[in-house]
Write a protein that binds this ligand. Structure first.
Ligand code: HEC
Ligand code: HEC
Length: 331
């Protein structure tokens, strides 16, 4: 056969087959996925500041310890309201001409998943202190301190953001510490990490392998059957007010001995939890934690009672129906 003896024909045919197959099984599917996959309609576009923050996130290697993917497994339920889907990543493009799309989904979860950190921890003051030294807020944290994102200055400029750092975490106890532009951008990026809502009518994927609540006592319940105030406090309040109720001087006030916590002005107390609080310049801003986490009146009453009876506060418990009345009035 002349075909097998003609090396030019043989080579050209093989080459054409190879190119056609490559286009068919590799190039075309990639383009078709890219064309078909659109970001969710409710997903906001990143601002220039948030984009710059993402570059800092990449540069500092945050992805070595943090994922940004909520898997459809029950254990991931704490990291977002729904499992992540392909559309959540459809807005990612090339970083620049030289670098491909940065994959920030991550594979290692040494620290918590950050897909929804903007909702879970919306306080910029918290993030700045935590980045300067995680141990200032989370005693047992193994996350590195990112001192390089901060500068020590004697006098602040007009746009400088001072960071609250307890004296034991500073080199010299009189140092005043300010965020660099990189730190501000990084925090803007972290605060933008929020799961976009699915379009109306689209049901989220289910979390698989749900653990059943133990019989009799509802999940996380206390002996009396109501919600567990101590556990709820740990989840929703301790990041700022700390497990010992002492807060962080200059950023988060103590609840130990707080007149609001021990007092009888429940309107103020419940209002702070549901609407947030920004009453004093000496402290950061408290976000509307109760509203953000959709806490029920029973859960709020349980948290309040935990705070009222802990750390030597010794105040009488509040009733769920009183808390409910106040919440209904707030609406
Ligand atoms: C060596 C691993 C490691 C690296 C690198 C690391 N982290 Fe962490 N991160 C952790 C651990 C562990 C925790 C949990 C303890 C804590 O809150 O400090 C954590 C907690 C966090 C939290 C709080 C999460 C929550 O749900 O409360 C944020 C936000 C965060 N890290 C951001 C970052 C950013 C931004 C970077 C990069 C500048 C980074 N981390 C680098 C290990 C790491
Ligand atoms: C992101 C940090 C943060 C979280 C989380 C947080 N708080 Fe606060 N909280 C603050 C800050 C900051 C203030 C002080 C605001 C001010 O005075 O300007 C405050 C003030 C308070 C006060 C008033 C204390 C006083 O003596 O004036 C109460 C009560 C309180 N918080 C309860 C709670 C409860 C209950 C939770 C959990 C459901 C909670 N906080 C979660 C940051 C936080």
């Amino acid at each position: 056969m002349e075909f097998y003896n003609n090396h030019k024909k043989l080579f050209t045919t093989a080459l054409l087959f190879f190119v056609a197959l490559t286009v068919w099984i590799a190039v075309w599917p990639a383009f078709s996925v890219q064309r078909g996959m659109k970001p969710l309609p409710n997903a906001p576009k990143m601002t220039a500041e948030e984009e710059a923050g993402r570059a800092v996130y990449i540069r500092e290697g945050c992805v070595y310890c943090h994922t940004q993917q909520v898997r459809n497994l029950d254990m991931d339920d704490v990291f977002g309201a729904r499992p992540s889907i392909a559309a959540d990543y459809a807005g990612n493009g090339r970083v620049d001409f030289w670098r491909n799309t940065a994959d920030l989904m991550g594979t290692e979860r040494t620290g918590p998943d950050l897909t929804d950190i903007g909702k879970r921890q919306p306080s910029p003051e918290w993030h700045l202190t935590h980045l300067y030294n995680p141990r200032a807020l989370v005693k047992e944290s193994i996350m590195p301190a990112f001192h390089g994102l901060f500068v020590v200055k004697a006098e602040p400029g007009p746009n400088d953001v001072e960071v609250t750092v307890p004296a034991e975490f500073k080199k010299n106890k009189d140092d005043r510490i300010f965020a660099t532009q990189d730190a501000k951008n990084l925090v803007a990026y972290l605060l933008s990490r929020k799961q976009a809502e699915l379009p109306t009518g689209r049901e989220p994927m289910e979390f698989l392998y749900k653990k059943k609540a133990p019989a009799g006592n509802a999940a996380g319940g206390n002996a009396a059957g109501g919600p567990d105030g101590a556990a709820l406090f740990t989840t929703h309040c301790a990041a700022c007010h700390q497990a010992n109720g002492e807060g962080l001087p200059g950023a988060f006030p103590p609840l130990k001995g707080s007149p609001v916590v021990t007092g009888e002005n429940l309107e103020l107390y419940v209002g702070i939890i549901m609407k947030g609080y920004d009453a004093r310049p000496g402290y950061a801003v408290m976000p509307p934690v109760g509203k953000d986490a959709n806490l029920s009146p029973a859960e709020i009453a349980a948290i309040m009672n935990h705070e009222r009876e802990s750390w030597g506060n010794g105040a009488a418990p509040v009733k769920e129906e009183d808390v409910k009345k106040i919440i209904d009035n707030l609406k």
